[in-house]
Design a protein around this ligand. Structure first.
Ligand SMILES: Cc1ncc(COP(=O)(O)O)c(C=O)c1O
Length: 338
């Protein structure tokens, strides 16, 4: 499907520049979720059709990142997926993370191992033979900085270090694959524009062999009652029992994204982000997230009056641009800021 045609399926109120906080649903997702809520209200269906959307979402996410469906786990949050990965670590494990990293990819490691930090652009150099795993965001959530992925993978493989990526700010606008990764965790409520409560993980077979399904439940197992303990033989062994409605909204959105070319989305997002940067006198960049100084004390009020919604992260304004962003959105923000 052509991106221009697809964009008609979104109905944002002008001024939404905050997809890095949460993404907006396309009409088919909103409609199907609405239908499911009506079914729920009247008890007019079994839960099976909702659960079918979990299966559909898992397959669609696998397609999106080019991984086998058997290697995809479904969860509710990125941090829950990362917590489960932490069970694969030996007792004396050392984890290397960027010194600026969203805590969903920090705290799960901190409770399980020793954590070392390095500046994001020096991460590859900081990997040593003692580094058990390197964990980082493909796109940093506050600054929008892209991780030097090839360098990290090369250094990690040289030291037999596990490579764990948080793709929550990347999947949906940046082409993402599992090449060179042992695991990937992705909260789907941002650039994948799914409801909060849907999250996906890629767990490589070699990593799964070392992992314990610490959140085992009726869905990750093969039986609903009693012993013995049985796990699904693939990455489903690490599933949480799914929040159905989140997946009712996720499946149509992911299927739609799979009909689009991610490079087209990236081009559109960067065109919008760079229109914004240029309007502020900054050089163009390579990220759909733009971070800027908020030195003027009445900036939040000016943005609010103009109807522009963006976030404040690490003491700076953060604007984010996705496939439904228009030039009007960008110009509204520029007018308020300049
Ligand atoms: C990089 C990154 N990872 C994960 C999350 C969300 O984590 P969780 O799904 O654990 O709430 C965010 C939210 O802002 C994020 O920016």
């Amino acid at each position: 499907m052509h991106l221009d045609a697809a964009r008609k399926l979104w109905q944002p109120t002008p001024g939404w520049l905050n997809t890095a906080s949460y993404g907006l649903p396309p009409t088919p997702a909103y409609d199907q979720l609405h239908t499911a809520l009506t079914q729920w209200r009247h008890g007019s269906t079994d839960w099976q059709p909702w659960d079918d959307q979990v299966t559909r979402s898992r397959a669609a996410f696998a397609t999106l990142i080019g991984a086998p469906t058997e290697d995809i786990t479904v969860s509710s949050t990125a941090s829950q997926i990362i917590s489960q990965i932490a069970t694969a670590l030996p007792p004396d494990a050392r984890i290397l993370i960027p010194d600026i990293e969203f805590t969903s990819n920090v705290y799960p490691w901190a409770v399980a191992a020793h954590v070392d930090t390095a500046p994001p652009d020096r991460l590859a150099d900081a990997i040593t033979p003692r580094t058990t795993a390197v964990a980082f965001s493909l796109v940093q959530s506050a600054t929008g900085q892209l991780a030097p992925l090839d360098d990290i993978i090369q250094a990690a493989h040289a030291h037999d270090t596990l490579v764990i990526a948080d793709a929550s700010q990347a999947c949906g606008w940046l082409p993402v694959t599992t090449h060179g990764l042992d695991a990937l965790a992705c909260a789907a409520y941002k650039w994948l524009m799914c409801p909060r409560g849907a999250a996906f993980g890629y767990l490589s077979p070699r990593l799964r062999e070392r992992m314990t399904p610490t959140a085992a439940n009726w869905y990750s197992g093969t039986s609903m009652y009693g012993m013995p303990l049985t796990h699904h033989p693939d990455a489903r062994a690490f599933d949480l029992s799914p929040a159905w409605f989140s997946y009712v909204g996720a499946a149509p959105t992911l299927d739609l994204l799979n009909q689009l070319d991610t490079d087209d989305i990236r081009r559109h997002n960067l065109a919008m982000a760079n229109r914004f940067r240029t309007g502020l006198g900054q050089p163009p960049g390579d990220s759909a997230i733009v971070s800027l100084d908020t030195t003027h004390p009445d900036t939040p009020q000016r943005l609010q009056r103009a109807g522009v919604r963006m976030a404040v992260r690490a003491g700076r304004l953060r604007a984010s641009f996705h496939l439904y962003t228009t030039e009007l959105d960008v110009d509204l923000a520029l007018e308020a800021l300049t």
